[in-house]
Write a protein that binds this ligand. Structure first.
Ligand code: DGL
Length: 256
């Protein structure tokens, strides 16, 4: 049995990379819905509908027993629906990220950055408060971060200014920990930490490995690696070199 990972686009390759590096023999099929990215500006209903189609593509085409929802926006809205429809293991990034943030904070004050849809869903607020009800959570949507990463402007003055624009106010609230609640943001981690050296930065995808380990699935397979995209993606051409040189993609056709 293999693992299927999906994301709204290619940002989820940050999650793919972590899993692929950690489990070299695991069979992994990745789907990036590049034809319909971004999910972060869409309604709850649309995100659920797209997410079910992405999971369906992976489950119907491959021998999948576990779906990793790399996309924070999809993780915020569609985990229960995927579980219910397909009856497979489903791992999202929100709960593991929240758990890691609670383990990281010293002053119980946590910031969350993500897409507009993720922030609107309050998924991280709920997950954090479910673990520790007294936690203080501040959120900010950072819609300009995704295009900055996709245009590979991460280490530029533009990126620094946009980081300042979104995070100055958040940092002033007294948070000591910041959750990167979007697939693309790990690529801005260095830029953020340089500007805010006192913030402890939590990358939600880092907690995924522990979740896979807990499932006790057989990770000793043939190391198959397949990347499917629903449309051509200039961002894939950029990110594949930054993350894992040599990746190629195949065209995916989703059934609606
Ligand atoms: N993958 C999305 C997320 O992690 C970011 C890109 C989008 O808006 O679709 O929320």
């Amino acid at each position: 049995m293999a693992i299927g990972i999906f994301d709204s686009g290619v940002g989820g390759l940050t999650v793919y990379q972590k899993i692929a590096d950690h489990f070299p023999n695991l069979d992994i099929h990745y789907l990036g819905d590049t034809a319909r990215v971004p999910y972060g500006s869409r309604s709850k209903e649309t995100v659920i509908n797209y997410s079910l189609q992405c999971a369906g593509f992976l489950i119907e085409n491959f021998d999948i027993d576990t779906i990793v929802v790399a996309c924070n926006t999809a993780s915020s809205y569609a985990i229960d629906q995927i579980k219910e429809k397909y009856g497979v293991n489903v791992i999202g990034v929100v709960e593991p990220g929240a758990k890691l943030a609670i383990q990281t904070t010293s002053n119980n004050s946590i910031g969350v950055i993500g897409t507009r849809a993720t922030v609107r869903s309050e998924s991280y607020v709920t997950a954090l408060k479910n673990i520790y009800n007294e936690i203080t959570v501040e959120q900010v949507a950072c819609p300009l971060f995704v295009p900055i990463v996709e245009e590979m402007l991460v280490d530029t003055d533009i990126a620094k200014q946009v980081v300042k624009h979104y995070i100055d106010g958040l940092s002033a609230t007294g948070i000591d920990t910041l959750i990167l609640g979007c697939t693309h943001y790990p690529l801005l981690k260095e830029t953020i930490s340089k500007s805010y050296p006192n913030l402890k930065i939590v990358d939600s995808s880092e907690a995924i490995i522990e979740c896979i380990n807990k499932l006790n699935i057989d990770t000793n397979q043939n190391g198959v690696r397949e990347i499917y995209l629903t449309d051509e993606s200039p961002a894939f051409e950029t990110l594949k070199n930054v993350l894992a040189g040599g990746l190629t993609s195949k065209k995916a056709i989703l059934s609606c």
